[in-house]
Ligand binder design. Structure first.
Ligand SMILES: *[C@@H]1O[C@H](CO)[C@@H](O)[C@H](O)[C@H]1NC(C)=O
Ligand SMILES: *[C@@H]1O[C@H](CO)[C@@H](O)[C@H](O)[C@H]1NC(C)=O
Ligand SMILES: *[C@@H]1O[C@H](CO)[C@@H](O)[C@H](O)[C@H]1NC(C)=O
Ligand SMILES: *[C@@H]1O[C@H](CO)[C@@H](O)[C@H](O)[C@H]1NC(C)=O
Ligand SMILES: *[C@@H]1O[C@H](CO)[C@@H](O)[C@H](O)[C@H]1NC(C)=O
Ligand SMILES: *[C@@H]1O[C@H](CO)[C@@H](O)[C@H](O)[C@H]1NC(C)=O
Ligand SMILES: *[C@@H]1O[C@H](CO)[C@@H](O)[C@H](O)[C@H]1NC(C)=O
Ligand SMILES: *[C@@H]1O[C@H](CO)[C@@H](O)[C@H](O)[C@H]1NC(C)=O
Length: 217
């Protein structure tokens, strides 16, 4: 498209150069052809410019789909201070992550399901699926995503006793939100949030936290 238009633009400018050119032996037939071409090209160029202007306006208003932004506000584990006795009695612990999803688009961001996986020392110790929902245009949705930590899986990780003795625990959470933004056509947008939090078991406080997030579209 663009190359063709460049050629047309060249074709448009050549006849004018012919006139001021020193070569006088150019046949008149050619300049007639050129004149027809000028009309034709002029028409094409006008239509093209109009289309370009329309799509430019549209692209700045509705067509651009911006990435939703996800943020971890806080993460907690219930009964963390009694983690050893709770897990040994076979009860689940629940990890709750408070996340915000900001939708910068002019239409809503709908998501089918959310998945949260909890890792401990590289091993999956729990997972959960969250409900579907939607984030309205230009709004932020704040929600709690929870995952059950399964005792047998947690106790199966060798470093558990050492960590409990030391009083700190590193847990990673991976949250995936599978959604779509629809502007004339549907566009799938997957939002990922990976966080590793270092907990103080006795105080239940977070000592350090690192998150990486990315959006696939
Ligand atoms: C998330 O959970 C915390 C405490 O568990 C609660 O205070 C807060 O209101 C919840 N937020 C939402 C959006 O449900
Ligand atoms: C513990 O978590 C597992 C896996 O999510 C679930 O299947 C089970 O029902 C939970 N048990 C209790 C007592 O909540
Ligand atoms: C857990 O991590 C420690 C190092 O922090 C490592 O020595 C150990 O092998 C790991 N255990 C498992 C089951 O991954
Ligand atoms: C965890 O509990 C078991 C059994 O109740 C006990 O033998 C062990 O010493 C406890 N571990 C720690 C680090 O407190
Ligand atoms: C837990 O995470 C902290 C900070 O990311 C790191 O310094 C520490 O070595 C980790 N501990 C274990 C047992 O993996
Ligand atoms: C959402 O659910 C569908 C079917 O129930 C499943 O195939 C898909 O993997 C799920 N997506 C996520 C992100 O869990
Ligand atoms: C988050 O963790 C998942 C599962 O471990 C991994 O597949 C994904 O690449 C990670 N994403 C980022 C941004 O680190
Ligand atoms: C964890 O918190 C307790 C009580 O607040 C404190 O005494 C202890 O030093 C903390 N441990 C670490 C590793 O920060």
């Amino acid at each position: 498209m663009a190359e063709q238009d460049q050629e047309k633009a060249l074709a448009l400018s050549t006849p004018y150069r012919f006139r001021s050119n020193e070569d006088e032996d150019i046949p008149i037939e050619i300049s007639k052809k050129h004149r027809r071409c000028i009309k034709c090209c002029g028409c094409f160029t006008a239509v093209f410019l109009l289309l370009a202007a329309i799509s430019l306006v549209l692209s700045f208003t509705v067509f651009i789909i911006k990435e939703p932004k996800i943020k971890l506000n806080s993460v907690s584990v219930d009964h963390l201070d009694q983690i050893n006795s709770t897990l040994r009695s076979g009860k689940n612990l629940t990890l709750t992550a408070d996340v915000s999803v900001k939708n910068p688009n002019v239409v809503s961001f709908k998501f089918k399901n959310t998945t949260t996986i909890v890792y401990y020392n590289g091993t999956v110790v729990g997972d959960a699926g969250g409900p579907a929902g939607k984030v309205k245009a230009k709004r932020t949705l704040r929600m709690n995503v929870t995952a059950d930590i399964v005792p047998s899986k947690m106790l199966g990780v060798q470093s558990f006793d050492t960590d409990v003795n030391r009083g700190t625990l590193n847990l990673s959470s991976y949250t995936k939100i599978d959604g779509e933004v629809k502007i004339l056509f549907r566009k799938q947008v997957v939002v990922n949030l990976n966080c590793t939090s270092m907990f103080n078991i006795t105080s239940k406080r977070i000592l350090s936290q690192q998150c990486t997030k990315h959006v696939l579209d």
